[in-house]
Design a binder for this molecule. Structure first.
Ligand SMILES: Cc1cc2nc3c(=O)[nH]c(=O)nc-3n(C[C@H](O)[C@H](O)[C@H](O)COP(=O)(O)OP(=O)(O)OC[C@H]3O[C@@H](n4cnc5c(N)ncnc54)[C@H](O)[C@@H]3O)c2cc1C
Ligand SMILES: Cc1cc2nc3c(=O)[nH]c(=O)nc-3n(C[C@H](O)[C@H](O)[C@H](O)COP(=O)(O)O)c2cc1C
Length: 644
């Protein structure tokens, strides 16, 4: 019996025959041309991910109306001029013998771009996440948008797509009509939950009438709104059969909106793979068309179990495709352990999109950079010396070796990984350690000569006489200049996370950034009580709008930990701290231990020494400026790719 019997079973949906049950769900890349047409970067990205083996690929969302597009870099399907570009996407997938649907939508009120242009329209003039009210759609607007969905579906078919998916999830226009939080209409498009589904049903009927009976139409829903006052799965179970009656062939069961707490749409590391399959399972009880489950799937084994249990008919792997699209073939070849798991960090993907930047992946520098990613080995073999085996140095070393260069990587510690080893000690983050282990192994396999426990100094570098020197020596934790900071009960957060310090109740952590908050979370896991995190800032630097940040705040709050903002520590003494909070001096006691996590500074002694000797070098990662894994990996890759 095949280990992936259920996943590898073909599936026919109307005119579309899928070779397996693995789906790439829509992932907006923001790589489109300025006029919203498909760019070379879009096609190159699609060419790479289409090779993943997924039987069904659903493209990123494309807008059916010019006022329905979320912003620059996003795709349009509201005009015939888009058809030729879209057909190049189709052809990349068809070359792989797989099927492709295009997701179509209207953004409604959830676009700052449209709101600022005064073009945003929605069921009611109620503000959403951008706190600006859109214009209420009149009957004419409604009719026009319904018509545009139908026209977009005709274009999808003309471009060669095997089907269309209607985006009725995540708080966009179709869902805005459904939700009481965004639809207060008094006409026939408002009313109770069932009545509010009217707009979606009319869109479905219009699309069906335009594409004919045999063309597959999927609908992506947020099965549960996950918002106070929002609709629930029970509400959805009562209407989902209406979608089928109106002409839907497949239900793609997503969840939440961008306003849902905890980053539900792109669930963070705290969520278990497949946590959402239970919603798909409930939808399956009321319909007899295929249902897709999605949410934190990273490996085929978990997906196979979901199908074997009968919870869903297909399983979508979103961000896993960005981190390592080889997961499918690796599993089929019996080497699942070779797959690099998605960290669910959202840094390179959704968080960059929120900043209006094109897609990346924090741990896979190829993602979103397909046009500049060098495939071929270099014509000239160079001798490359990399100093520091954190994510920046490891990536630079692996990429240089992959391109055929001769690489030596020096690391002063007995282990590779740099600060990521500390990050991996925080609750839920062990996958960070697994990533570093894999990257290290991959680098060694590519031929990197990793020398652990060896500190590089200027004499060594001169003696080595490498053609290219890459400095990736990272950062170190700053010891803040506070009277009493050298007392025996004051320790470094890095030491704590290394497990090298004895912990005690009544602890104060200096610094409420990610390291301070994760150190607190580590203490929480060790059942340390009475912990206060202090920071001079007015607002927590770990934002609750970020899913992991939200979870961290919630866990620490539930553990009774306190976060004192706008607080400066004046003096550290045995058993007590003097602090200034909002202009007032206060005594904090008893304080048995103080942990500092007040930021880090670049560790780049070698760079200065190399400059003195006129030896050219690349400076990458935190050694340049402390930031995050995303920059460390990207700069590591770019340094290697630039070797001539
Ligand atoms: C607790 C914690 C949690 C974090 N969580 C996250 C997170 O969730 N997401 C995120 O993006 N970032 C996180 N970060 C930050 C992230 O880990 C760093 O931005 C990243 O590791 C920087 O990579 P790097 O390779 O530039 O430097 P580093 O990781 O600092 O690696 C530098 C390496 O160089 C070695 N080295 C230094 N000098 C020499 C020398 N002379 N010879 C040989 N070797 C030398 C060091 O020993 C070290 O191994 C976290 C950091 C910490 C401390
Ligand atoms: C960068 C990014 C862009 C996304 N764009 C879309 C989109 O265009 N349409 C959509 O329905 N969902 C979109 N999603 C949500 C994904 O399709 C998927 O539901 C989500 O990532 C959870 O699945 P995962 O845990 O497997 O990544 C996007 C997610 C990410 C990370």
């Amino acid at each position: 019996m095949n280990r992936f019997e259920h996943l590898l079973k073909p599936l026919r949906i109307k005119s579309m025959e899928l070779s397996n049950r693995v789906v790439l769900p829509p992932i907006t890349t923001m790589l489109a041309n300025g006029d919203h047409s498909v760019s070379d970067a879009n096609t190159a990205y699609m060419k790479r991910v289409a090779g993943s083996g997924a039987g069904l690929i659903i493209t990123e969302v494309a807008a059916v109306h010019p006022d329905g597009i979320e912003g620059p870099g996003m795709l349009g399907i509201y005009d015939d001029r888009f058809i030729s570009g879209l057909s190049s996407v189709v052809s990349e997938v068809h070359k792989q013998k797989h099927k492709v649907m295009v997701q179509i939508y209207h953004v409604g009120r959830e676009s700052q771009y449209q709101l600022e242009r005064g073009r945003a329209a929605a069921p009611s003039a109620l503000a959403g996440i951008f706190k600006i009210a859109p214009r209420e759609m009149n009957r004419e607007d409604i009719g026009e948008v319904i018509h545009c969905f139908g026209q977009a579906a005709i274009r999808a078919r003309a471009a060669g797509f095997d089907g269309v998916e209607l985006h009725a999830a995540h708080g966009y226009l179709l869902m805005q009509f459904l939700s009481e939080l965004s639809n207060h209409r008094l006409d026939e498009y408002g009313g109770n939950f069932r009545e509010r589904s009217r707009f979606i049903l009319e869109v479905i009927r219009e699309v069906r009438s335009q594409v004919g009976p045999d063309y597959p139409i999927s609908i992506r829903i947020s099965a549960e709104e996950y918002a106070v006052g929002g609709y629930t799965i029970e509400d959805m179970l009562g209407i989902v059969h209406l979608f089928v009656e109106a002409g839907i062939d497949m239900i793609h069961t997503s969840f939440g909106t961008q306003a849902s707490p905890g980053g539900m749409v792109c669930p963070t590391i705290e969520y278990q793979p497949g946590f959402n399959a239970q919603l798909a399972a409930q939808i399956k009880t009321v319909v007899d068309i295929p249902v897709i489950a999605v949410g934190r799937f990273t490996n085929l084994s978990a997906a196979e179990k979901t199908l074997a249990r009968g919870d869903a008919d297909l399983v979508a792997f979103g961000r896993q495709h960005l981190a390592d699209p080889k997961f499918f073939w690796n599993a089929l070849e019996g080497k699942e352990e070779a797959t690099v798991e998605c960290l669910a960090c959202n840094q390179g993907c959704i968080e960059r999109l929120y900043k209006g930047k094109g897609i990346r992946c924090a741990i896979n520098p190829e993602t979103g950079q397909e046009l500049i990613y060098p495939e071929r080995r270099s014509g000239k073999i160079r001798k490359v010396l990399v100093v520091g085996a954190g994510p920046a140095g490891l990536t630079a070393a692996f990429q240089a070796a992959r391109l055929g260069h001769q690489v030596v990587l020096l690391e002063k510690e007995g282990n590779s990984g740099g600060q990521v080893r500390l990050a991996a000690r925080a609750p839920y983050k062990d996958v960070y350690g697994r990533w570093i282990d894999k990257l290290t192994k991959t680098a060694i396999r590519a031929g990197v000569d990793i020398r652990l426990g060896q500190t590089a100094d200027i004499d060594f570098i001169k003696k080595e006489a490498a053609d290219v020197v890459i400095i990736a020596t990272g950062a170190r934790n700053i010891r803040p200049a506070i009277p009493g900071i050298n007392s025996p009960h004051v320790i470094d957060a890095w030491q704590v996370l290394q497990g090298a310090a004895e912990l005690t109740d009544h602890t104060v952590i200096i610094g409420g950034g990610l390291v301070g908050m994760e150190t607190a979370d580590y203490l929480r896991e060790k059942r340390i009580s009475n912990v206060v995190v202090v920071d001079t800032l007015l607002r927590s630097p770990v934002k609750k709008s970020n899913g992991h940040g939200y979870m961290l705040h919630r866990r620490l709050n539930e553990a009774g930990y306190q976060l004192w903002l706008e607080t400066r520590i004046i003096k550290i003494e045995t058993e007590q701290l003097t602090v200034e909070k909002a202009g007032e001096e206060k005594l904090l006691r008893p304080v048995r231990q103080v942990i500092f996590a007040a930021g880090s500074s670049p560790f780049n002694k070698l760079g200065y020494a190399l400059e003195k000797e006129n030896i050219p070098y690349h400076l990458i990662g935190d050694a340049c400026r402390p930031r995050s894994i995303l920059e460390a990996v990207e700069e590591g890759a770019h340094a290697a790719w630039s070797i001539q």
